[in-house]
Design a protein around this ligand. Structure first.
Ligand code: GDP
Ligand code: IMO
Ligand code: MG
Length: 404
């Protein structure tokens, strides 16, 4: 197997970071291909928590390449901070490579995202400048690392984009824009630190393809936040479906053999937008507390609801999922009943199927150790989706994982 893609099947925060870290032991390269520091992937290793926003979750293994592919939009300040944080914890970033084609998130993008969020009809973004940065990329006004690092003309390019942003901030939003020269100088300081990691990662992809190197593509966000296929306009500004792994890296289509879809045993969503199975009662509070459902990036409380076969089926099709990983099986332990939406009624409201709850999971080493009612729940989902659930996660730590 040369390449596999791992992605979220819901609205993000499915536990992609944990499963990527778990599977990364079998890969030689781990690559992020879309999104930016709107993502927050949490790893719990030897009792210590790590929060990765930009750096692929394979960074914990110092014999792997961790690549930030061209499809990612990068706030250089976040990346510098993240590298420093890893180093403080004794984790070397020597395997990190960043595509020279990554588009930059500047303080202007962040100001625009924040300003837009203050307007009526905003969608509850992470305010990290993701939408404005991808907008500039599509409008061919964006700045890539190589535009600022390659010889002369960098400041002129920066100034030209910044003047446009300043006009919008001042004249449309009535907000004082960041200072152009100051923000440029700061970015160049960051780039000076980052330049040892920045390279042509496309070449690394071609080489990996030819040699059959094992690559794991780590998705951010989730299928239901995909710009084209998600709950538009309550989506993120990149494509989160599996095909984005190719556009966001330069890796050829034929090399991808496996697509792992990660989902929670229930559903969560941060930010606004439709959520058919959302709960507004004590159960949602209990799940939120037990599951620690607070955003890794913004600290916002996540909305909570039951799992939804209708949405999951669509996500499996959109992503071409070949394998499933179900996380947070432990969070539903001890509940009297567990519901799952199996369809919709004529008013498009969820129709639920009820399962008897299951007891605590005590150090399960294999599938057969799991509570019977949990196995019934798992097997029902597998049957409905027509894809095997090969990984079951029942806690945040690496060891709390069962591979079938
Ligand atoms: P990601 O964005 O998909 O990587 O997910 P996040 O890291 O934002 O959110 C998932 C949270 O659940 C993190 O705090 C993880 O440490 C935690 N987590 C992952 N898998 C499990 C699990 O099986 N059980 C429990 N209780 N927590 C988990
Ligand atoms: P990970 O990778 C959950 C949501 C935001 C908002 C919408 C648009 O940790 O799963 P944006 O800042 O991207 O323009 O916001 O998308 N969102 C996420 N929700 N997990 C994420 O990433 C998310 N990244 C963006 O809350 O609703
Ligand atoms: Mg997250």
């Amino acid at each position: 197997m040369s390449a596999s893609v791992l992605l979220g099947l819901q609205w993000g925060d499915e536990g992609k970071g944990k499963i990527t870290d778990y599977l990364a032991s079998q890969a030689e390269i781990v690559l992020r291909f879309q999104g930016g520091d709107n993502a927050g992937h949490t790893l719990l290793i030897d009792g210590k928590k790590y929060f990765n926003h930009l750096i692929p979750s394979g960074i914990m293994y110092d014999d792997k390449l961790s690549i930030i592919g061209n499809g990612v939009v990068v706030n250089p300040a976040t990346l510098v901070k993240e590298i420093a944080g890893l180093k403080e914890n004794g984790i070397s970033a020597k395997g990190l490579r960043v595509s020279e084609k990554c588009h930059l998130i500047t303080p202007f993008h962040i100001a625009l995202d924040g300003a837009n969020e203050m307007r009526k009809g905003s969608i509850g973004t992470t305010k990290k400048g993701i939408g404005p940065a991808y907008s500039d990329k599509a409008a061919r006004r964006g700045l890539r690392f190589l535009d600022l690092l390659d010889g002369d003309g960098g400041f002129q390019r920066y100034e030209s984009a910044a003047k446009y942003h300043s006009f919008v901030l001042k004249e449309y939003f009535g907000i004082e824009p960041p200072d152009i020269q100051d923000s440029y100088d700061k970015i160049m300081e960051y780039l000076n630190i980052l330049k040892t990691y920045i390279c042509n990662t496309e070449e690394l992809m071609f080489e990996a393809y030819e040699k059959g190197t094992k690559i794991l593509f780590e998705g951010a966000q989730g299928i239901l936040l995909d710009l084209d296929h998600g709950t538009y306009p309550f989506v993120t500004s990149s494509n989160t479906v599996s095909g984005a792994a190719l556009c966001g890296s330069g890796y050829p289509l034929g090399g991808v053999k496996k697509i792992t879809g990660v989902f929670k045993s229930y559903t969560t969503r941060v930010g606004d937008g439709p959520f058919a199975t959302e709960l507004f009662d004590d159960i949602s509070e209990a799940i939120c507390d037990k599951g620690g459902e607070y955003g890794t990036t913004t600290g916002r409380k996540r909305r909570v609801g039951w799992a939804d076969i209708v949405d999951l089926k669509r996500a499996v099709l959109l992503s071409g999922t070949t394998d499933l990983a179900m996380t947070k099986a432990d969070v539903l332990c001890g509940m009297e009943k567990v519901l799952i939406a199996e369809g919709r009624d004529s008013a498009n409201k969820p129709i639920y199927k009820e399962f008897e709850g299951w007891g605590e999971i005590i150090q399960a080493g294999k599938y057969s150790d799991l509570p019977e009612n949990l196995k019934k729940y798992i097997e029902y989902i597998e049957e409905q989706l027509g894809v095997p659930i090969n990984i079951i996660s029942y806690g945040p730590a690496r060891r709390q994982t069962i591979e079938r």
